[in-house]
Design a protein around this ligand. Structure first.
Ligand code: GDP
Length: 336
């Protein structure tokens, strides 16, 4: 097809986002996620204009293994928040949408009634955006949603990969959902994730699960006591809830508001956001260096020559990498 849609200008995106137009917000996020150079240049322009309007929200990361009840939780928890007069954006990191667009539809049906509310915006992003440190794009999506007037942002991840460490660096409150099972086994969750959770919630505390979830509550309180040594007076609370009976959902929102109040009084809220900015400067620097390194003509020409060292010389990959880097530095010195 040679049909080409009319290209929007930076001002079209900016005006659209600032006026809360959801179609243009979606288009702006797509633009930011695009890998095309011309899109990236336009995206930079858009981001520079909307940045002054970003920042005014509570950013919540929600994670947990598949099946723990994340989307059901977000759907019901989200409705409560909206009833209190907030506008909610949900950004989901969707590993299955990397291959086809099919699951994007799937995700929409996951939070169907929530996404139909006029105060709510739901957006799935493929998890490939996290590969190679480009979680920055989700961060930019947060800023765009804030500029569009959403004052609560939920970023949902599946709780098993490296995405959580990056999401931790872009949210104010990191909520870990757990099944009403034993705390001993940590349910396949990396210990590290518990260490950086700001709150833990045992899901599905209803029916036959109610007793199990109360036991899990006690167990996870102990796990938190052992694992967590959080600074600035916040010990991550452990709560139970049911998205079916809706019990506990308000308490979780209350916990997040408490956290916000507590952190704002002692300055930790802004401090953490500043630390996150520093983190992303370093992360982006790393990404840029890596890209330029592998695109360098000398590296492109010579990198393969180093590989036989591995096979012939019983040399460790790290040593090969060091040798490559040393020779590259020598080459650069000769150039200057
Ligand atoms: P996700 O994969 O973490 O997003 O989990 P889902 O929200 O899709 O939920 C997985 C399954 O658990 C579904 O069959 C839900 O109906 C069920 N579920 C979710 N929340 C609850 C709950 O609070 N109570 C009960 N009994 N079932 C739930």
């Amino acid at each position: 097809m040679d049909y080409k849609p009319k290209r929007l200008k930076a001002k079209d995106y900016v005006d659209g986002v600032l006026s809360g137009n959801r179609t243009l917000l979606s288009k702006a996020i797509t633009l930011v996620e695009s890998k095309l150079e011309e899109d990236q240049n336009l995206a930079k322009e858009v981001m520079a204009s909307i940045m002054p309007y970003s920042g005014n929200s509570v950013r919540i990361g929600v994670t947990g293994i598949p099946g723990v009840g994340k989307s059901t939780f977000i759907e019901n928890f989200g409705k409560n928040i909206v009833e209190e007069g907030h506008r909610l954006a949900v950004l989901t990191i969707d590993p299955s949408s990397d291959k086809s667009s099919g699951s994007i539809l799937g995700d929409k049906t996951r939070m169907e009634s929530l996404s139909k509310l006029p105060e709510v915006y739901v957006r799935p992003s493929p998890s490939s955006f996290f590969a190679g440190g480009v979680g920055e794009k989700t961060r930019e999506a947060i800023f765009l949603c804030e500029a569009a007037g959403y004052d609560v942002i939920i970023v949902e991840t599946v709780g098993v990969g490296q995405a959580e460490a990056l999401v931790r660096q872009m949210v104010d409150f990191f909520l870990l959902l757990l099944l009403p099972g034993s705390g001993d086994q940590l349910q396949g969750i990396k210990k590290g994730i518990i260490e950086f959770a700001d709150g833990l919630v045992i899901t599905k505390a209803d029916g036959d699960n109610l007793i199990k979830s109360k036991i899990a509550l006690q167990e996870f309180k102990q796990v938190v006591n052992l694992l967590s040594n959080r600074d600035k007076g916040w010990r991550p609370p452990v709560k139970i809830c049911s998205s079916v009976t809706k019990k506990g959902l308000n308490e979780i929102w209350g916990m997040i508001l408490d956290y916000e109040k507590n952190r704002k009084i002692n300055g930790a809220w802004e401090e953490t956001r500043k630390d996150q900015q520093v983190y992303w400067v370093k992360e982006q620097t790393r990404v840029l260096i890596e890209k330029r390194f592998f695109n360098n003509p000398w590296i492109k020409k010579n990198i393969e020559k180093y590989m036989p060292l591995l096979i012939n010389g019983n040399v460790l990959p790290s040593e090969v990498a060091e040798k490559l880097l040393e020779d590259f530095v020598v080459y650069l010195k000769k150039q200057s």
